[in-house]
Write a protein that binds this ligand. Structure first.
Ligand SMILES: O=c1ccn([C@@H]2O[C@H](COP(=O)(O)OP(=O)(O)O[C@H]3OC[C@@H](O)[C@H](O)[C@H]3O)[C@@H](O)[C@H]2O)c(=O)[nH]1
Length: 431
């Protein structure tokens, strides 16, 4: 089956060919198709009675399966070959790393990314690596996965360290993106004490490192600091409405105390800090089983299972695509804005409406690919989790004014790409 390349249009109807921008003395632009080649993995399925030679699999037909998103670039990932007969998967080694920018030493930065093997972290790592910086990833692989950054392992600009941020860590660096913490409600509630320990001790340790090295420090905080908000949309001035003893408190209060620590180090020790309050974000490399709504809905619809809406589906969320978030994080890190900044998309949906949108997009992609559906998936209702916020939408005026940042991706474009990512995972056998 052959595909013609897809055009990605932004909110204004203009084509997106690059992400990032040249602002605050930091050029973060990279071509979109190069980025895509890092997460849309070519997959191959072979049966025991078929050819067993990997080279034979580099056929035009196999490559075409992903040609739709990989316009001019070969995928810079090892190949994963699924053997359904033995329920096994083999990975090939990379013969060539993705090309990275050659930066003069004065411009090249040494950047530490905690949680760099997670969903958001791995996209940030891709961007910083392609831009030519030296990147060290710290991750304990509790919710992150080595496969998200495996295409960089062995590259001279890259280092992957298994380390838990609750223990101190020493390294010389210029910038620290401190992202380490489980972010999905079922994951962060799985071990609540560990979650709050990660937020508190992890942030304390990384701020200590920033103080010693004089590195600029950015923490990924969250819209959850606003709790179940009584102000809508949420501005950075709003202090929030959080239940300090509820099941979400380990995360909400953990991030609130992490912000308190961050500004404590700024006031007492002059640490150069940035605080990003991240709103609901989705995209490729989200763990398909992490329990958040976007991954749940897409995976359920692709598998032909019923889509689970919690409560009556009238609660709202506003969803941003991961490339917009990374643009925002990089802009914030390199700007002079030291106050907290909301990074999110203000396109707000009820969860009920969102389920219908996801179902429609999954069906559209399936129809384009000629997939056969045995039935239309149903939307079913399940109990609402305790303390689930009733509404959420960012006021992003500050990000627009201070960073010149606003989201570019439409929810539709982002969802379509994520559906293709999960389809590839299914074909690979890992979903
Ligand atoms: O299968 C599902 C999963 C979730 N939901 C609902 O969808 C909404 C969104 O749920 P998610 O679990 O994706 O995310 P939440 O908004 O609750 O929390 C998120 O907030 C912002 C981030 O910091 C974190 O990633 C996460 O804590 C909730 O109302 C939830 O009850 C469903 O209806 N069905």
């Amino acid at each position: 089956m052959s595909h013609s390349p897809i055009t990605t249009l932004d909110k204004n109807g203009d084509e997106i060919t690059t992400v990032g921008f040249d602002r605050f003395g930091f050029d973060s632009r990279v071509p979109l198709d190069v980025l895509r080649s890092l997460y849309l993995r070519p997959h191959y399925v072979i049966h025991a009675n078929e050819i067993n030679d990997v080279k034979e699999l580099d056929s035009e037909a196999a490559e075409l399966q992903h040609a739709k998103f990989l316009q001019h670039h070969a995928a810079y990932q090892s190949k994963s070959i699924y053997h359904p007969d033995t329920q096994s998967i083999s990975y090939t080694t990379l013969s060539r790393f993705p090309p990275v920018k050659l930066l003069p030493p004065g411009i090249r930065k040494r950047i530490l990314v905690t949680g760099g093997a997670g969903f958001v972290g791995s996209h940030l790592v891709d961007r910083l690596m392609l831009l030519g910086h030296e990147v060290t990833v710290l991750d304990n692989f509790f919710t992150g996965s080595k496969t998200t950054v495996s295409h960089w392992v062995g590259h001279p600009n890259f280092e992957l360290v298994r380390h838990d941020v609750v223990e101190p860590f020493m390294i010389e660096c210029d910038q620290i993106y401190h992202l380490a913490c489980p972010a999905s409600p079922p994951h962060y509630q799985f071990n609540a004490v560990k979650t709050i320990k990660t937020s508190f001790m992890g942030t304390l340790n990384m701020l200590g490192l920033a103080k010693r090295t004089k590195a600029r420090f950015l923490i990924s905080s969250t819209s959850e600091v606003y709790g179940d908000p009584e102000v809508h949309p949420q501005t950075e001035e709003y202090w929030g409405h959080v239940n300090p003893i509820g099941p979400r408190a380990c995360y909400d209060e953990g991030k609130r105390v992490a912000e308190t620590l961050t500004y404590g180090f700024q006031r007492q020790d002059g640490v150069d800090v940035r605080v990003a309050r991240i709103f609901n974000t989705y995209g490729p490399r989200m763990n398909p089983y992490d329990g958040r709504v976007v991954s749940n809905f897409i995976v359920q619809a692709l598998k032909g299972e019923d889509m689970t809406v919690y409560g009556d589906g009238r609660q709202t969320r506003s969803f941003q695509y991961v490339h917009d978030l990374i643009d925002g994080l990089i802009a914030l890190m390199n700007s002079n804005e030291t106050r907290p900044v909301n990074i999110g998309n203000s396109d707000e949906f009820t969860i009920g409406e969102f389920a219908e949108l996801v179902r429609e997009i999954v069906e559209k992609v399936q129809d384009q690919d000629g997939d056969v559906r045995t039935r239309r998936v149903q939307i079913v209702y399940q109990p609402m989790p305790t303390d689930d916020p009733q509404k959420r939408r960012p006021d992003t005026t500050r990000a627009k004014e201070s960073l010149g940042w606003q989201p570019r991706w439409t929810v539709r474009m982002g969802l379509e790409e994520m559906v293709r990512y999960y389809k590839a995972k299914m074909a690979e056998g890992s979903l």
